[in-house]
Structure formats: C-alpha cells, structure tokens
Ligand binder design. Structure first.
Ligand code: UDX
Length: 428
C-alpha cells in the first residue's frame, strides 16, 4: 500500500523504514529540508541498531523516499501517519501545535478518501480534535481518523516494530479497519481494534504503568536498604509470579528519557482536565524524584564535602544502548555534582557528544577507565552492558579512594568488593 509518514524523527523514521521493509511504498515527510537531504543521501540522524541497513536497502529498492512536501505525500498515499513531536509544556500538558499544524496542512490537500493516523503519543480525545480540524479546513473531506500508538523502545526500536507484542488500532468508523489490517498483516501479530479514545489511553496507561513498576521497586529498594534485604532477590521472587513479571523491576537512580517523564505528567494532566485526580501517578513521579536525591545523599554522606572532589561518572545516556540524553537522570546528577563544586570526568559509549552542552564543565574522557584518574569516587549511572567487563582492578589502582556507587545495580557486589572497592548499590 502507498503510505505517507509526516515527521521523520525517531518514531516516523523507524516506522517508515519498517513499513517499507515489509513491502509497502513509503514517503517520509519532514519540514526540515536539511534532514530530508541528509536522509536522501543515506545519512541517518539517529543511532538505532539495524536502522541504517533497512533505510539503505529500501531506498535502493525504490520503496522508501523522503520529501518536504506534505501535498505530494497526501496525493500519493491512501494512509497518512502523523508522527510529529508532542513536547511537554511547563504545566505538564502536551504541546499539540505540531499535530494541529500537520492536520491543517493535510486537510487542504485531501481530494479523495484518506485515512489519517495519529502515531504520536497524545492525550485522549486528540483524534477527535484532529478530525474536527480537518473538517474545519476542508469541510466534508472524505476522511477517517485513526489512533495507532507506537510502543518502541529506544535502542531496540527496529526489533520492537518488526516483532511487536501487539498492534493497537483505534477507529471511529468501520471503513478504516480493512486498510489498517492490510498495513499490519505482514507483521503477523494480533491487531487489537478499539475505539479512538481507548487506543489513545492504552498508550498513556501502558507507559505510566511501566513507570509505576519502576517507582514501586525503587520504593521497595528503600525498605530493603533499611532492613538489610536484597532488592534483586525480592524482584526475582516477585517476578516469578506470571501476573507480575520480572521486567521493569530493576531498581536504580530512577527512570528518564523522552517518554516516561513526559507521558506521566501528560496523563496526570489530562485526567485532571477530565475531572479525575490521579494521585497514584503523582506519587510515582515523587518517588522518581526522591530516588535521585537518595542516591546523591549517599555520595555526600561518604565524601562529606563535594567541593573540589574528583568524581568519575560512567554513563550519561538515560539508559543503555542509546545516545539519547533527554531527561536523563545521569545528566541531572552530574549537574547537581557540578553545582556543589565537584570536578566531574565522565564517559559514555555513545552519548558524550549530546551530553557535553548540558554539562559543559564536565570533562569527557576517551576511555571509560580514564574517569578514574585521581578520583575520590566513581558513579555508575547508565546500564551499559559493557561497563560490567571494564578492567575494574586497574581502575581501582588509578583512584585516590576506591568508593564506587552503582546507580544501576549493574555490577556483582561480591566480585567488586573482592577487588577492594567500597561498593554501594541500590537496595542491596
Ligand atoms: C519507553 C517504553 O518502554 C516504550 O514502550 C514507549 O514507546 C516509549 O517509552 P524508552 O523511553 O525507550 O521506552 O525507555 P525504556 O527502555 O522503557 O526505559 C525508560 C527508563 O526506565 C530508562 O531511564 C531506564 O533506565 C529506566 N528503567 C527501566 C529502570 O530504571 N528500571 C527498569 O527496570 C527498566
């Protein structure tokens, strides 16, 4: 089928590439001409395993193309996906102006039946507003609006898209069901058809639930610390219950990224607008904020004064396998250390370039072990697998004092203590 994706950011680009990979003809649209040219030249602006090969293969096969013209894309495509940013506003609500702008532009180009699909994460009732907007700017336009939320994780976005757990399609008319099923048929996974509002809610409710799981285990970790229990064993025991599951029960310095913090506040906000005070989720946010503070408190307690202390930081990305530093707890911690006068040397396998402008005072090092030179303490802040196999014995020798704070419970406490480190994890 001929498809258009408006917005060639993270979600739009991965979605467009994967749709082409299963045989659809896809036009990706972006209003940033520089980005369009970059993509036409085969340069991928984000780091995502597997994406570059898929883009190149499908461009070469003529199934994937890039343009700045919404008009051309609407004319050529039966289904048009909206995948533009929905950034947070200072009050926690979502800025829907990009979605609205794109809906208006799509509207003026519609001449025959089109399905307009919202893929961006939006508050419930946005689809209804998109339909109203299109009708306002093109009265009587033959359209159906669909909600089709994405559930991609950064770092495994291609895999998540090619092998999703489920596909959610919210419709306001039966007419849109057939074409949507046809688009997703090649993925061979269950397609859940719902109404528009339910589909939008599934996305917010899912992400908020995952964040809740993380805050729950972080709260349990606090009790583990106070009682001498081990949060990993507790999580294993809980996770063995199929109803609970072990995923997303890893205690740490808290969740970050471009999705969870934003989606939680948006969900709290829209619930409030609809008359429900979502106190549970406010507590999830509070626990996440506390988690960072509780970690910093441990560092302060050990070092007493942070001013002029040399602190080595391993990890700046909001999680492993990504170069994304948006709402990264690691960055927030480094900023706080610097504000308190510490001298920070930091290393991240992928995120240093994006992190540097956010922490200009921090010195980025070439190799992970270089952060240890003369350090009073080391802080491990991102769950990069490769940190497990660093030359820890050599690292210890380069430190002034062997304090190690593992904010992700990544290392084996017994093995690392055997090397002479003074090791502190989370909840164990
Ligand atoms: C998330 C959702 O998983 C995805 O379905 C949605 O579409 C977008 O938001 P992403 O933001 O890529 O994906 O990150 P995710 O892997 O979910 O991790 C989010 C944060 O939680 C990270 O900061 C991570 O370090 C943290 N986390 C995750 C924990 O602290 N403990 C865990 O057990 C799992």
């Amino acid at each position: 089928m001929n498809l258009a994706i408006v917005g060639s950011g993270y979600v739009g680009l991965v979605t467009g590439a994967c749709f082409a990979e299963v045989g659809h003809r896809v036009i990706c649209v972006d209003n940033d001409l520089k980005k369009v040219h970059q993509l036409q030249d085969g340069n991928i602006p984000i780091y995502e395993p597997g994406l570059e090969e898929i883009v190149k293969r499908n461009v070469a096969a003529g199934r994937l193309s890039f343009t700045a013209s919404i008009g051309d894309a609407v004319e050529a495509s039966k289904v048009i996906f909206i995948a533009v940013p929905t950034p947070p506003q200072p009050d926690g609500s979502v800025d829907l102006s990009f979605v609205e702008g794109v809906a208006r532009e799509i509207a003026i180009h519609i001449k025959e039946y089109r399905i307009v699909v919202d893929k961006s994460t939006v508050p419930v009732k946005t689809g209804e507003k998109v339909a109203q907007t299109i009708n306002r700017y093109n009265p009587g336009a033959p359209i159906d609006v669909v909600s089709n939320p994405e559930f991609l994780r950064e770092g495994s976005a291609v895999e998540d898209l090619m092998k999703p757990d489920r596909i959610v399609v919210g419709v306001s008319s039966e007419r849109a069901v057939g074409p949507m099923k046809e688009i997703y048929e090649p993925f061979k996974v269950p397609i859940m058809i719902t109404d528009l509002n339910s589909a939008e809610l599934i996305k917010h409710a899912s992400n908020s639930f995952l964040a809740l799981k993380i805050s729950y285990i972080n709260a349990v970790a606090a009790v583990c610390e106070a009682s001498g229990a081990n949060v990993e064993r507790v999580a294993d025991g809980m996770g063995a219950d199929k109803r609970i599951g072990r995923d997303f029960l890893n205690a740490g310095v808290g969740y970050g990224g471009s999705c969870f913090p934003k989606d939680l506040s948006a969900f709290i906000r829209i619930s409030e607008e609809l008359g429900y005070n979502f106190r549970l989720l406010k507590e999830v946010e509070a626990i996440n904020r506390d988690q960072k503070e509780r970690f910093l408190k441990k560092v302060r307690e050990s070092l007493w004064v942070l001013r002029h202390k040399k602190i080595g930081v391993l990890g700046l990305a909001f999680k492993g396998n990504t170069d994304d530093v948006r709402s990264s707890v690691a960055i927030a911690i480094v900023q706080q250390l610097i504000a308190e006068g510490a001298e920070v040397r930091a290393y991240d396998p992928k995120a240093m370039e994006k992190a540097q402008p956010l922490v200009p005072e921090a010195k980025m090092t070439e190799r992970a072990e270089d952060v240890a030179d003369g350090a009073d303490a080391l802080l491990l802040l991102t769950e990069w697998n490769e940190f497990k196999s660093l030359p820890w014995a050599a690292i210890k020798k380069r430190m002034l004092s062997p304090l190690l704070f593992d904010g992700r419970n990544l290392l084996d406490p017994a093995a690392i203590r055997a090397l002479g480190f003074n090791y502190t994890g989370i909840g164990r």
